[in-house]
Design a protein around this ligand. Structure first.
Ligand code: GDD
Ligand code: MG
Length: 361
């Protein structure tokens, strides 16, 4: 079976991180996010992947090429203009050779059992199977109403709070029969969630839900992006952490230089060529991208620093996302803040309401 990864969105809710990267290539614990999805597919024996793209499409092919480095083969289906989620699936049709396909939203971090999802789809002879999960904030997703036999009876994309009757949502993972894709209109924008699923339900197609267990998170907001890091560091999802384990909960890339008086309190992940100066304190729950430096006496905790970030002497950085090549001045105090790529932060504290609430849980 082939898989389509839908990765053509602009990632507006992840700005400013998506100014210089599409959402699928934003670093997640120092690796491009899409690597986690490729690994999930590979774990379940899916080695043929079609990447459905629009925004910053050439960046994907430049970084991933034919996929051989990840043990998969990647084809690219690029839209000139965004076609919406169903238009994007239709645009991949020529790559599918008339086969059944697994479709994955390009921004979900998950370990759901794709094999069980496909097996259930096949056993029940469904037209479409929607993987579902339960969440605390269903209004932000596609609400799925299911009867006692697993048949989907209703689908409400981004419902109003007054419409939320259950907390079962669309996980953004589907198995779809080729006949369904054949019937989609060609070359126009169309939403799978808002148009195609409701139309299939209206005509009585066999659309079933598969209640998935395991870890699941849409990383497409700044808060969830930070939470995904904390969850990976806390080992709430079993994914590969890059680098070598050099201490309790501490992973390091090549050529890290950590002053003997600096303190690392795991979990901490460091990329290559990281430098940590005297009396600095790093951790717990910190990712330092390649080439980051942390100045003398600085403190960094519960934060994600992308490549090439410099933290000045005596600065304090807590619960922040700091994008690539940003510089944080000496003695700055940053709490719950998102710092844009290549920016220079002077003094003071600014709290980002989206990040200020605890992300663990
Ligand atoms: N190729 C292509 N073209 N991809 C697109 C397009 C497009 O026009 N529009 C969106 N995508 C991709 C995005 O890049 C993303 O990976 C995926 O489709 C889903 O889009 P989001 O913008 O992240 O949607 P959402 O998170 O608000 O809602 C979707 O995901 C939820 C689960 O995370 C819906 O599928 C919800 O029903 C679902 O609950
Ligand atoms: Mg999303």
């Amino acid at each position: 079976m082939k898989a389509i990864i839908l990765a053509g969105g602009r990632g507006t809710r992840l700005r400013p991180l998506t100014h210089d990267n599409p959402k699928g290539l934003v670093p997640m614990v120092t690796r491009p996010f899409i690597e986690y999805q490729i690994e999930l597919l590979r774990t379940h024996g899916i080695h043929r992947i079609v990447l459905s793209l629009n925004y910053m499409a050439p960046e994907f092919s430049r970084r991933l090429q034919d996929g051989a480095r990840w043990g998969v083969s990647i084809e690219y289906a690029v839209e000139d203009v965004p076609l919406g989620t169903a238009g994007a699936i239709k645009n991949c049709e020529t790559c599918l050779g008339g086969e059944r396909v697994l479709v994955l939203n390009g921004d979900v971090l998950t370990d759901v059992d794709l094999g069980r999802l496909n097996a259930e789809h096949e056993e029940r002879g469904s037209d479409v199977t929607i993987a579902t999960v339960t969440v605390d904030d269903p209004a932000a997703y596609g609400l799925v109403l299911v009867d006692s036999t697993g048949l989907v009876t209703g689908f409400l994309e981004k419902p109003g709070w007054d419409e939320v009757a259950v907390n079962t949502i669309n996980a953004g993972i589907y198995v779809i029969e080729p006949s369904i894709i054949a019937d989609l209109p060609q070359g126009r924008e169309i939403s799978f969630e808002r148009e195609v699923i409701p139309a299939l339900l209206a005509k009585g197609a066999a659309v079933r839900a598969h209640a998935s267990r395991g870890y699941w998170l849409d990383i497409g907001t700044l808060r969830n992006y930070l939470k995904a890091h904390m969850d990976i560091l806390d080992r709430r999802i079993d994914v590969m952490i890059p680098g070598r384990k050099v201490g309790r909960g501490v992973w390091s890339g090549k050529n890290a230089v950590v002053h003997r008086t600096a303190r690392l309190a795991g979990p901490v992940v460091m990329g290559h060529h990281v430098a940590i100066q005297a009396r600095a304190e790093v951790g717990p729950r910190v990712v330092l991208g390649h080439g980051c430096s942390v100045g003398e006496g600085a403190h960094v905790s519960e934060s994600v620093l992308h490549d090439g970030v410099q933290v000045g002497k005596g600065a304090k950085v807590r619960r922040c996302i700091v994008a690539a090549a940003a510089r944080i001045g000496d003695a700055c105090r940053l709490d719950s803040m998102v710092v844009a790529p290549s920016s220079v932060v002077g003094a003071g504290t600014r709290v980002d309401p989206e990040l200020s609430a605890p992300v663990a849980g």
